[in-house]
Design a protein around this ligand. Structure first.
Ligand code: AMP
Length: 290
């Protein structure tokens, strides 16, 4: 496995791989890798013969009061996990490598960034869209894999690739959960044992809405309430619990009815730790069995 610290080395490695007939697959991450990330590597392998993982805690996608400084970092562990999973190359740039002095360009995706996490994390999706555009430009991947855990991020990247005619297949991979149903996240490491139990309320809430949907409920207000109640009871603060159109991410009003597929998405905080989760009702199984 190649360890690549510079953009020039990354571009060269991908150029050489393509020249020898490989399809390049890209898995962008911020490191502190867990089984959710590694499932993206496996998904990339299904499309590509040269799989590149990028590890970069991208400062431009963090707000001024967010957890950039304390974001978990575990480079040695990450490299060992990538090597064991058969990754071909890992790109680990320094901040100055990605944002040289004079950097003045931001990629902004409108509309789809204006619901759910967007209003609560101003600038977040600009940071994501900008860094992903740079990674696409450097690697020119045939395929790139993103987790459905960050459902809105996946939708933003799909929009970006479509609108800018980026010649990359953007693929979503299912959420990987802990055995008890908690969605895996690098931020779960922040949770104290007592908070770890409370965090499960996210999966419980989404499951309650999903089960109601499976039983025929289509009123958005009722579905939203089913998801909201357990989260409100367990978390210190609820950022949102919303029922949305799964394509546009438009939040449905309480009096509206859903179609045969609907996204229920939630973000909530335990102390300083912000967790997100979602399920597409009508398409995915509830996170917890009934
Ligand atoms: P992050 O390192 O948090 O920026 O995540 C990097 C990629 O891994 C993103 O595409 C995430 O959606 C994906 N990811 C994170 N957690 C999970 C999970 N539990 N299941 C599937 N994909 C995930």
């Amino acid at each position: 496995m190649k360890l690549l610290p510079t953009r020039a080395e990354l571009a060269r490695a991908c150029d050489e791989a393509r020249a020898s007939g490989h399809r390049v697959g890209l898995v962008p991450t911020m490191g502190a890798l867990h089984d959710g990330h590694l499932s993206l590597v496996d998904a990339a392998r299904a499309h590509a013969s040269f799989v590149v993982v990028t590890i970069f805690v991208n400062p431009t996608q963090f707000g001024p009061h967010e957890d950039l400084a304390r974001y978990p970092r575990d480079l040695d562990g990450d490299l060992a996990r990538c090597a064991a999973r058969g990754v071909d190359a890992v790109f680990v740039p320094a901040e100055s490598e990605m944002y040289a002095p004079g950097h003045a360009t931001t990629v902004h995706v409108a509309r789809i960034t204006e619901t759910l996490c967007g209003p609560q994390r101003p600038g977040h999706f600009d940071g994501v869209a900008t860094i992903v555009t740079k990674l696409f430009a450097l690697t020119a991947p045939c395929d790139a894999i993103f987790g459905r855990k960050d459902y809105q991020q996946l939708a933003v990247i799909r929009r970006l690739a479509t609108d800018l005619d980026l010649r990359v297949g953007v693929h979503g991979a299912p959420i990987v959960r802990e055995p008890d149903g908690l969605a895996m996240s690098s931020r779960n490491r922040y949770l104290a044992p007592s908070d770890r139990a409370r965090a499960l309320a996210l999966a419980r809430g989404l499951s309650a809405a999903s089960h109601a949907f499976e039983a025929g409920e289509r009123r958005a207000g009722i579905l939203r309430d089913r998801a909201h109640a357990p989260v409100l009871a367990a978390f210190d603060r609820v950022d949102y619990v919303d029922v949305c159109d799964p394509e546009t991410l438009r939040v449905l009003g309480a009096d509206e009815t859903t179609g045969e597929r609907a996204l229920v998405a939630a973000a909530a905080r335990l102390g300083g730790t912000r967790l997100i989760d979602n399920v597409v009702m009508g398409e995915e199984k509830p996170p917890l069995a009934g």
